[in-house]
Design a protein around this ligand. Structure first.
Ligand code: NAD
Length: 260
């Protein structure tokens, strides 16, 4: 379905981004992986996808907290592959604290990586996608782009902002062949959530297993995690012809979290 197309997935060295990248590669897209981590592990991921899926895969370590680096990632991709069809803005970080104790540096970092990076990436990618008369922008927001939880001021603000940005870009690109949508996952068991499980275990003096149950029970009615593979499937759907008229919207994949 995506043979000959080129996709960037930011923050794809781990978790959800990696799940999405693998799915797009399975469908035939050439890939630009992005994200931080151990160079050897990243190379193993890169070469593994290339070998198993038979597509071209490169890694670009652009720092998503820096405007120039984000715009450079888009420019380098177009330079290397001659095109850009799919941009998945996925890189993200988390930090939790009550608003009055929330460190300003953490606020700034979350806004930069979880929101501003998507703005810079989209701004740089849209002209190329419009020129090609086809493009898919998918912003990985969160249930926290639609509803709030305590102690997540920066994350909730950034994710609500990302859903707003998605609507504006969907409108501005309407009719050009370029769509822009957000995906709003509930809990997915990745390193970002492992840390929150450990925090609950420490705060309430319970085991990791009990903390995991509590985390799910508090928010996610199915009591099951969403998987990176399922989110890969959602992004693939948004890149399929069935989704040609879906733009400027947010799709929840959250085990019923926001139905409550
Ligand atoms: P993760 O920690 O497993 O992966 C985050 C990725 O972002 C990694 O590849 C990391 O290297 C990259 N990254 C972080 N800072 C970066 C920077 N400055 N420059 C470049 N790359 C950077 O987390 P995840 O759970 O897979 O999260 C991915 C996205 O999904 C995030 O935007 C997160 O907010 C969102 N999300 C996660 C969940 C969940 O339950 N895990 C739920 C909803 C939304």
């Amino acid at each position: 379905m995506l043979k000959g197309k080129v996709a960037i997935v930011t923050g794809s060295t781990s978790g959800i981004g990696l799940g999405i990248a693998k799915e797009l590669a399975t469908l035939g897209a050439d890939l630009v992986l992005n994200g931080l981590g151990d160079a050897g592990e990243i190379e193993a991921i890169r070469s593994g996808i290339e070998r198993k899926r038979g597509v071209r895969v490169i890694h670009d370590g652009a720092d998503m907290s820096k405007e120039r680096a984000v715009r450079g990632l888009i420019a380098r991709t177009v330079e290397k592959f001659g095109r850009l069809d799919i941009l998945v803005n996925n890189a993200g970080i988390q930090f939790t604290a009550p608003v009055e104790e929330f460190p300003a540096a953490k606020w700034n970092a979350i806004l930069e990586i979880n929101l501003s990076a998507a703005f810079h990436g989209i701004a740089a990618a849209v002209p190329q996608m419009k020129k090609q008369r086809w493009g898919r922008i998918v912003n990985i927001a969160s249930t926290h782009g639609l509803v709030a939880s305590t102690h997540k001021a920066a994350y909730v603000a950034a994710k609500h902002g990302l859903v707003g940005l998605t609507k504006v870009v969907g409108l501005e690109a309407a009719g050009s062949g370029v769509t822009c949508n957000a995906v709003c996952p509930g809990w997915v068991r990745t390193p970002l959530v492992e840390k929150q499980i450990s925090d609950i275990a420490v705060q309430r003096s319970i085991s990791q297993k009990e903390a995991t149950k509590e985390l799910l029970a508090e928010k996610q009615p199915t009591l099951e995690f969403v998987s990176p593979e399922q989110l890969g499937g959602t992004v693939a759907f948004l890149c399929s012809p069935a989704a040609d008229q879906i733009t400027g919207t947010a799709i929840s994949v959250d085990g019923g979290w926001t139905a409550q």
